[in-house]
Design a protein around this ligand. Structure first.
Ligand code: C2G
Length: 130
């Protein structure tokens, strides 16, 4: 069983996120999503989420491509996660291009997928505020 992991906030879940999850799942048989906690978002990522961790987790667990949702509470947990969850492939959008190549030293493939260009949570919030 090929196990894939990806990380993110996934707030206001939209089709750009779904396209990432669909392509990530296509790289293996089991997809783990490490979901940024509310603390990690506000204190480390400077993101203010519309939905709480529990609501964002519920939404992700409803996505057909997602097999397991775990918390992301530290920038430094990725290497440990690869061993803890026996991950074969780390996947993330290419806005992070090159940032996680070091995970190859943990024995995982590292794949950067093109983002879906025209959609973002920021754009949604901006459009709705008009
Ligand atoms: N994404 C995408 N297309 C978009 C928007 C997002 O492919 N239009 C991808 C991002 O590249 C990322 C995932 O969807 O792989 C989740 O996006 P965010 O919630 O914005 O994740 P981010 O804040 O980049 O968190 O430790 C890594 C971080 O937790 C990644």
């Amino acid at each position: 069983m090929k196990r894939v992991i990806t990380y993110g906030t996934f707030d206001l879940l939209h089709y750009g996120h779904i396209e990432l999850l669909r392509r990530a799942k296509a790289l293996g048989d089991y997809l783990i999503v490490a979901l940024s906690t509310d603390r990690f978002n506000s204190e480390e990522k400077g993101k203010h989420c519309y939905f709480s961790y529990d609501k964002r987790k519920l939404l992700l667990e409803s996505v057909r491509y997602v097999d397991l949702v775990i918390p992301e509470d530290s920038w430094d947990q990725k290497a440990g996660d690869i061993h803890l969850y026996h991950v074969d492939t780390f996947v993330i959008g290419d806005d992070w291009q090159g940032k996680f190549d070091f995970l190859r030293d943990e024995g995982a493939a590292v794949v950067y997928l093109p983002r879906t260009p025209e959609i973002s949570t920021t754009a949604i919030k901006k459009d709705l505020s008009l």
